[in-house]
Design a protein around this ligand. Sequence first.
Ligand SMILES: Nc1ncnc2c1ncn2[C@@H]1O[C@H](COP(=O)(O)OP(=O)(O)OP(=O)(O)O)[C@@H](O)[C@H]1O
Ligand SMILES: [Mg+2]
Length: 236
Amino acid sequence: MLKIRDLNVHYGGIHALKGVTLDVPESKIITLVGANGAGKSTLLRTISALVTATSGSIKFTGHEILGMESHDIVQDGIAMAPEGRKVFVNLSVSDNLLMGAYNRKNAGEIKTDMEWIYSIFPRLEERMSQQAGTLSGGEQQMLAVGRALMSRPKLLMLDEPSLGLAPLLISEVFRVIGQIHDEGTTILLIEQNAMAALNIADYGYVMETGKIVLEGTGRDLLNDERVKKAYLGESI
Ligand SMILES: Nc1ncnc2c1ncn2[C@@H]1O[C@H](COP(=O)(O)OP(=O)(O)OP(=O)(O)O)[C@@H](O)[C@H]1O
Ligand SMILES: [Mg+2]
């Protein structure tokens, strides 16, 4: 569904992505793990056209999307829940969700999808009129995921959805990711929580300083000594 080939991104003199090649097949969960500053968010931001690539190719459902505008990419079926929540703090929960559906016209379908999001995240339903800036961190995280889902994406990209959440909420977020996937959405998941991400993913990539250094099935990477040492906190 998404095919990234030899992608390079520079921030001025910093070579942030160095020839990244990665595939996200339809209906799979693919995860990208790596340390702080590896370039994970840069990759998602480049796919969403918030960052401009210097060279390479990003094909989505067969056509090149590199060079397209961000809103056209959303229209094409790619949505992102960005790192650090980034909800509209002055808008209510329900208005934040509606903003996620700005690319859609059918009011009936939008209403049905709002109900779908509220069924996934009952906490958001209880707080639908509350100003988003007053939600707890975890609730804002749920809202960011819900807002991304409101564009009915074919591909949902999640940038560290479990960041800063209490353990109970982390398992809730991973349960929801599994549910969204079961309902037919392809997922590209970025996580520092490598154990949970590799457990849920069909296939994973490990990024270090702008390069993919390892890839394999979630199971293979979980059993890889280098991954265990660097990301799963096990000494060998
Ligand atoms: N707008 C920018 N201008 C200059 N450098 C940037 C910019 N955005 C990111 N970088 C640099 O690019 C590198 C990759 O950053 P990126 O945010 O992609 O990392 P990351 O893997 O998402 O890290 P984290 O896990 O901490 O979120 C870092 O060295 C960062 O400082
Ligand atoms: Mg990041």
